[in-house]
Design a protein around this ligand. Structure first.
Ligand SMILES: *Cc1c(COP(=O)(O)O)cnc(C)c1O
Length: 386
């Protein structure tokens, strides 16, 4: 496979995905779990994650784009796939042709799906109606819901199979806004004929807001073993991170105190040190400003800081007097020698959230899917590339 000789890669533990699905199912039962695999499963590889999640008991999948749903269908994934928001009219024929469930929230959106269903001679096509209960991103106003439900029924070819909303602050359990959104959602439900599938919870709500569980929860970040936010860290502690970012040292040199490194020559060595070069950079999603923030990597089971400006393809690590050699494994996210570095360790100092870190790992990095089964016994395909 082209690119397989690169000394930097992403490893995804599919047993961690399965573990996280099982944890979520226990927490939300009798509600079901649908795995949200948009953005290539938050950088984890959509097809592999979808299969692992479904095998572990997920009942359906959610995507942001029609193309993401089509990719899953082409990989022979047969589970329900919901596109989470209304899509351009031009996408409707693909939605119908691939048996993807559309979200609607306007009459124009309903018209587009109904026209495509009509052209394909399909009837009884399931749609989910999205209600904006306060986040104000997408969705119909609560007072439009009944009219839109009637509009869907009047098409003759569409069936209102689902009703849902999305929560803005579910990861901050102390804020009253979640209860306010769920009150509005309950009022909308009460004003409509019964709908089979009702859903409101993202990962954070799955973990801490039982009232939001309804028919199924739409779990994204928790499936990947990453906390949705500091306010739900305790509840997320049972989850296992699935993603590791690894590389091999490409070059080592000894430099004297006072020498400066990388673009801008901004980092000056405080003392003589072994400096390791790691062939990963911002083109891979390792953010340029990651150095100087106290973010470490692991080499030979010890922590060492990233120093100097991160460049497009390479970064530098100050290993002090520790022994280090070209070819040594470097762990930037994940475990080595019993020490673990988490996505959250990057997110805090960078002023962002774990979601953005894993989504930002670029397609240039090969994804290797492994099975670690809760111990460190990786399977044959879990070998590091040489
Ligand atoms: C992305 C998304 C989710 C998943 O959110 P997590 O916080 O990752 O669990 C659920 N619902 C909708 C509508 C989304 O866009």
């Amino acid at each position: 496979m082209s690119g397989s000789h690169r000394w930097a890669w992403v490893e995804i533990d599919l047993d961690a995905i399965a573990h996280n699905i099982r944890c979520l199912r226990d927490v939300v039962a009798p509600a079901d779990v649908w795995a949200i695999v948009k953005a290539d499963a938050y950088g984890h590889g959509a097809v592999e994650v979808a299969r692992a999640a479904l095998d572990a008991g997920a009942s359906g999948l959610g995507v942001a784009l029609v193309s993401e749903g089509v990719e899953l269908r082409r990989a022979a994934v047969e589970a329900p796939i919901l596109v989470l928001s209304e899509q351009p009219r031009e996408a409707a024929p693909d939605i119908i042709a691939h048996g993807i469930t559309p979200t609607v929230s306007t009459t124009a959106g309903i018209d587009a799906i109904a026209a495509a269903a009509g052209d394909a001679g399909e009837t009884g096509v399931s749609v989910h109606l999205k209600i904006d209960t306060g986040m104000h991103r997408v969705g119909a106003r609560p007072d439009e819901a009944a009219e839109l439900a009637e509009y869907i029924a009047a098409t003759g070819c569409l069936h209102l199979a689902g009703l849902f909303t999305h929560l803005a602050v579910a990861d901050e359990p102390d804020r009253p806004d979640t209860a306010a959104q769920l009150d509005i959602f309950d009022a909308v439900r009460a004003a409509l004929p019964p709908v089979d599938l009702v859903h409101a919870a993202n990962s954070a709500a799955a973990l801490v807001h039982p009232r939001a569980h309804h028919s199924f929860v739409r779990a994204g970040i928790a499936v990947y073993g990453i906390s949705p936010g500091p306010g739900v860290d305790d509840e997320a502690a049972m989850l296992r991170p699935a993603l590791s970012l690894k590389a091999r040292v490409s070059f080592v040199k000894r430099l004297p105190a006072g020498e400066r490194l990388s673009y801008g020559l901004r980092y000056a060595l405080p003392v003589d040190a072994n400096i390791a070069t790691v062939p990963l950079g911002y083109a891979d999603g390792v953010r340029r400003n990651l150095s100087g923030l106290g973010v470490d990597v692991l080499i030979r089971g010890r922590r060492h800081p990233i120093v100097g400006t991160v460049t497009m393809d390479q970064l530098l690590v100050d290993c002090g007097d520790a022994d280090v050699a070209a070819g040594d494994e470097v762990v930037l996210i994940g475990e080595q020698g019993g020490v673990g570095l988490r996505v959250e360790d990057w997110a805090g100092p960078l002023g962002t959230i774990g979601y953005e870190i894993t989504c930002g790992l670029s397609a240039r990095l090969r994804r290797i899917h492994v099975h670690r089964a809760g111990t460190d016994s990786s399977t044959g395909d879990g070998r590091s590339p040489q």
